[in-house]
Design a protein around this ligand. Sequence first.
Ligand SMILES: [Cu+2]
Length: 454
Amino acid sequence: MGGLAGAIIVNPTDSYVPPNLFNYTRQLLLFSHFLTDTLNPTNDPLKVHTYTSLRGWTGDSVNPQVSWYNTNQQDVYMTNGQFQPTYNMVAGQPIIFDMLNAVGDHNLEIQIMSTVGGSTSSLPCTITLLAMDGIYLAKSRVVTMIAMVPGTRMSAMVQCNNPGTYYLQSYASSDRTDFASNMVRYNQLLLNLVVTGTASSGLATIDLTKITRPSYLTDLQNAKVDHHWETNQNLRTSGPSGDASLGIGRECSSLGLDPTINLNCQYVVFNGHGYPLSIQRHIGVLGTIEQLSIIGAGTTPAHNIHVHVNHFQVTSFGQGAGGVNYYTKYWGEIGDWRDTVPANPGNTSVRYPLNSFTGDIIMHCHILMHEDEGMMASFLVVDKGSACTWPDICYTNGTVTANALYSNTNVGLIVGVVLGSVALLIGVAITIAIVSIIIVLIVRKREPTKQTGL
Ligand SMILES: [Cu+2]
């Protein structure tokens, strides 16, 4: 699902990284997903026929030995465009996997296990998480599972000390029944790991604390925030079928305001239909620090938020109706920098500096079908302040009006047009005057002749 996807690895300059980071082999793993024509034929542009049907058409009698998550054979997961490829490793020698979840419709629960969908009581390899969405963690982190919403990148050092064949997979553990509410979870083998050599011991480490970070990645957990705002996502239960929306509003929880009665707190909802483009839901000011609260509804995780341009730092999580801190339970730690985060039930607050970019910034749920159906919006970053007062969305009697910036723009246009018109009129007047003078001179030259004749 999701068509074309690729990944580009950008290495930092030497001064940014600890010297031993480049000592290890790195391997890109791009995970993608294709649906067959039986699951969702109307929404999926790619229709991958079942292996069984292909076999029937071609007369192929080879058993593919494929383990499908159900008998309908509906899904094909690819790693770097290959089906369940094999990667060779040497016992005790770490590899850094740079992983991208380019699966448009599913979260991944990456684990390395001795069997596919087997027990996690004894994990054969150590996974040390190094980076999220291209940003190195403050400190390397040994994990047993890497959770990835669509669009997420994760870099992890994998070390298997004992020879054998292991399986990097998305594992739908029954211990994680509250992992995601709006998608089917199932085991999916992504990569065979064949480890040769002799058994080893110990664990390689990389000291990420030595990394020199650029100014836009300064820790914002104790920073003064200039603007607060809020977003939520909803699949519509009424209206056009399959509709989805992304809302933007003022951050009311910290202001003690009730969105149900305070008009200033209500969301401006974008759902992909008839949204007036001249209205900005949120306007940020260059050089300021903003806090975005991502409000997840329901009791189990559903959507996610991806914000373009500026990476953000997860600075807090407020539990929602489920009473569970899903962020730290599955997804990461407070303080992580990333550009996509699950919209877990509750309030996931992220902070970012509006560092250098001015213009429209796109934000959306990274589940492809949701963003295509309207779960996408934008906000504007301007240099210097806008004419709208805190919290920088302009409301009039509960209706969002065009921001004063646009009024200023219009005033400028009007003044420009008026000045242009005046200039045109003056030009015409001067031309008329010159022509008149010439005519008068010509007439005067002729007049004496006439007089002489009299
Ligand atoms: Cu979504």
